[in-house]
Design a protein around this ligand. Structure first.
Ligand SMILES: [Zn+2]
Length: 140
């Protein structure tokens, strides 16, 4: 799947099963993995691979740029991703860019957070909340 470097924005191609390993960006050599920030899912194929192959639970934020509550949740997700680096992968799906994914999961309001464990939906919550409230409600 593609992982964008947070320093130089270069796309790095990595297997989702290796997201807990250490890796550097191929372009600028900045630290890329282990992930400590939310990862932007860039295609349906990348989504499948991530949810299927990740070795830890994957929390997916279904969001959109025009959604006010999504902007409130974004920094909380950053916090959660940093706090749970190596334990939970936090991913973001732009519902405008990936309407098929939001349709498939019946996303009717955003932000909606869906937790996948071993490839299956384990829990979902909707609406803006703090990182600690998310962790409690999702059982992380
Ligand atoms: Zn880079």
């Amino acid at each position: 799947m593609r992982v964008a470097c947070s320093s130089c924005s270069a796309q790095n191609r990595l297997p989702a099963s290796r997201l807990l390993d250490k890796a550097r960006c191929a372009a600028c050599k900045a630290s890329l993995l282990p992930l400590s920030r939310p990862i932007a899912v860039q295609s349906g194929e990348d989504f499948e691979e991530l949810v299927r192959d990740a070795k830890v639970p994957v929390l997916v934020d279904f969001w959109a740029a025009w959604c006010g509550p999504c902007r409130l949740v974004a920094p909380e997700l950053e916090k959660l991703a940093a706090q749970r680096s190596g334990l939970t992968i936090v991913a973001k799906v732009d519902t405008d860019a990936e309407p098929r994914l939001s349709a498939r999961f019946g996303i009717s309001s955003i932000p909606t957070l869906v937790l996948f464990r071993q490839g299956r939906e384990a829990k979902r919550i909707s609406g803006a909340m703090s990182a600690s409230a998310m962790a409690t409600q999702l059982g992380l």
